[in-house]
Design a protein around this ligand. Structure first.
Ligand code: MG
Length: 382
């Protein structure tokens, strides 16, 4: 059983929902980290009394230290601070809710300390899945997914033997622009793109859901988490988001996990696993459900999904380059600096321009990540 948790990225959407769950189930929070939203961080820290807080941004860390000088909270900064939060002795589970490749080093450090990883940072597995999963197996650290689809698959596979799985059915709602062609999306604004029909999420992942890059990243994430090949995963569009994913077993049985679309549910399970506890979330009322529909993805209309599935097959640094380029492009789109369709062009262009290295070590991965980011910024400035 988990005694106390560290939350990396506590001011983001998943971080805030994790705090709500932790408070509801009386789970102590030993450490918090944030990038630079120190007003919210201070409010959280005063309420939760963590032992240690890290602020990634050095200047913001200095300000935060002054703000909490009247408390006995220790304050750290930078990557060193994130790693310290991830390896704090008092905590035995690390919720990795930071966005981007910044989560990689602290996750590996927590794995080395045999802590449970409640994994909410897709990039960790997308960029370095082979390294992270091998390290977790070697150290005996548990990785419990927080992403709703992966939590669903994880739950469907509980008590199953590896040989019983025939394929994973990864479901996705299709996002707010389902069925729309590229030319119809030219003038999409960030405000339109972040309006997800079912889920309430942070801005970056909401845009990824609109482009379906999110489903592509989840495809890669699932390959690593459940050690399957691209051929073992089928993406199914299910607009109502009632089924959060399924597995088909060798005998043809399909097991689905269902529930209301609320990230609090997979977050809570990641903290209480293997136990379950009463939760504060809404219940699924089958008498109020109308249609549950399913369709195949239209790859012509979701080029980002196709790009990610191809990158999964290419392997090596391809998924990392694509993901890093996407992250920068989405950031620029959210600041109204470039158009919606440019996101795909940036991600596809980066793979071409940066190239792919097979069997990369951590350093090579971080170099590929940096090269992809530099490529997108350079294209933007042209
Ligand atoms: Mg998801």
């Amino acid at each position: 059983m988990v005694r106390a948790i560290s939350i990396l990225g506590c001011t983001g959407s998943i971080g805030r929902q994790t705090i709500a769950v932790a408070e509801h189930i009386n789970m102590p929070v030993a450490a918090l980290t944030a990038n630079r939203k120190i007003d919210l961080l201070e409010e959280q820290a005063r309420r939760l009394h963590p032992k240690f807080v890290a602020v990634y941004d050095e200047a913001a860390a200095k300000q935060f230290k002054i703000a909490v000088a009247d408390t006995d909270i220790r304050v750290g900064s930078g990557m060193e601070g994130l790693v310290e939060a991830a390896t704090l002795e008092e905590s035995d589970c690390v919720v990795t809710a930071v966005s981007g490749a910044v989560g990689l080093r602290p996750t590996l450090a927590a794995i080395d300390d045999k802590k449970r990883i409640a994994l909410a940072n897709k990039e960790t597995l997308v960029c370095a899945g082979d390294i992270v999963m091998a390290r977790a197996a070697e150290k005996g650290a548990e990785i419990v997914p927080v992403d709703s689809e992966h939590s669903a698959i994880f739950q469907c596979l509980m008590g199953r033997k590896k040989g019983e799985l025939r394929k994973i059915l990864l479901t996705g709602s299709g996002g707010p622009f389902r069925g729309k062609a590229r030319r119809e999306l030219e003038d999409v604004t960030p405000e339109q793109a972040v309006k997800h029909p079912n889920w309430s999420m942070g801005a970056k992942i909401s845009v990824d859901s609109a482009t379906m890059m999110n489903k592509g990243l989840e495809f890669i994430e699932a390959m690593h988490l459940f050690s399957v090949t691209p051929d073992d995963i089928q993406v199914v569009i299910h607009p109502q988001s009632v089924i959060h994913s399924m597995v088909e077993l060798v005998d043809g049985t399909v097991i689905a996990q269902m529930g209301v679309p609320d990230m609090g549910l997979p977050i809570q399970l990641a903290l209480t696993y293997p136990e379950r506890q009463a939760s504060m979330f809404e219940r699924l009322d089958f008498t109020k459900l109308k249609d549950l529909t399913f369709e195949a993805p239209d790859f012509e209309k979701t080029p980002c999904l196709k790009l990610a599935m191809d990158a999964a097959r290419t392997g090596g640094t391809a998924p990392c380059v694509m993901s890093a380029a996407n992250e920068v492009a989405v950031g620029l789109f959210l600041r109204h600096a470039l158009g919606y369709n440019w996101i795909y062009d940036a991600a596809a262009g980066a793979i071409e321009a940066v190239g792919v290295v097979q069997n990369p070590d951590l350093e090579t991965i971080l170099e590929a990540d940096a090269a992809a980011r530099a490529y997108v910024l350079e294209q933007y400035r042209k």
